[in-house]
Design a protein around this ligand. Structure first.
Ligand SMILES: Nc1ncnc2c1ncn2[C@@H]1O[C@H](COP(=O)(O)OP(=O)(O)OP(=O)(O)O)[C@@H](O)[C@H]1O
Length: 259
């Protein structure tokens, strides 16, 4: 069996006159967690959608495993199905048992919500159901498109911990699209930056978990990534003096965020 989960070579995607992806190369090993940063409109979601077979390419080569699942920014639950039924909704008939769904719900801390309706869940709970629905199929590739972006700061940190823990346990290959530099460095084995249709950075993180944003290696990688993203101003991170913030876009509570 190959060690490679995803192999992309020379990928092109053109909208109108603009080649949003233009000769992009990306390899993700089995079990590897890659975070993808890039300015708004740089093509991150386009790449993710192509890997998830939700969009086509206009050239190049894309090799992905068969079992791949996606978590979007919004949970996209079926309102007329209870939580348990939502969790197993995409599974093959025979595999969609109550026990399989319950196990996945317990993993995301929602074992007691199996019979609840989606409309009664908080945003964080609904997103955890979406995560359970994605993981229950035991994907070889998990595609995460800004899955924490709509959550409040505390819920976001908890979700990041949960996703990190579950991915380390189940070891799917992961591509996480995010605007949050700290989120990328906290979670990923490698962080890539997309600019002008290609990956201009592919940086291994190499810091033990749990990762402390105050760790010098964390701070150094944050600086490098912000530089690669074209953000050159120093960020003052002292929460007691927000007036010192000089970053052009406000950082998220978990770190520096691009807009
Ligand atoms: N179906 C489409 N038709 C035309 N243009 C599109 C289509 N999908 C995406 N685009 C354009 O491609 C560019 C890249 O979009 P994409 O959503 O991939 O960027 P992104 O990096 O994910 O942005 P953001 O961080 O703001 O979500 C944008 O300019 C977008 O308008």
């Amino acid at each position: 069996m190959s060690d490679t989960a995803v192999q992309v070579r020379g990928l092109r995607r053109v909208f109108g006159e603009r080649a949003v992806l233009d000769g992009l190369d990306l390899t993700i090993a089995r079990g590897e967690f890659v975070a993808l940063l890039g300015a708004s409109g740089s093509g991150k979601t386009t790449l993710l959608r192509i890997l998830g077979a939700l969009d086509r390419s206009d050239g190049g080569e894309v090799l992905v495993p068969e079992v791949r699942t996606i978590v979007f920014q919004e949970p996209r639950l079926v309102p007329s199905k209870r939580v348990l039924a939502n969790t197993v909704v995409a599974m093959p008939r025979g595999a969609a048992t109550r026990e399989t769904g319950l196990r996945a719900l317990r993993e995301v801390g929602l074992g007691s919500h199996a019979d609840a309706w989606p409309g009664t869940l908080s945003g964080g709970e609904a997103q955890r159901v979406a995560l359970a629905r994605a993981l229950v199929r035991r994907p070889e590739l998990l595609l995460l498109d800004e899955p924490f972006a709509a959550l409040d700061a505390l819920t976001r940190l908890r979700m990041q911990d949960l996703v990190g823990e579950l991915c380390r346990r189940h070891r799917p290959a992961v591509l996480l699209v995010t605007h949050d530099v700290d989120e990328a460095v906290r979670l990923a084995d490698r962080v890539a930056v997309l600019r002008d249709g290609r990956l201009v950075t592919d940086a291994p993180v190499g810091i033990d978990h749990p990762r402390d944003p105050a760790h010098p290696a964390f701070a150094a990688l944050r600086r490098r990534l912000l530089g690669d993203l074209g953000v050159h101003q120093e960020i003052h991170r002292d929460p007691a003096s927000p007036a010192h913030e000089t970053h052009p876009s406000a950082p998220s509570p978990t770190g520096a965020t691009l807009s």
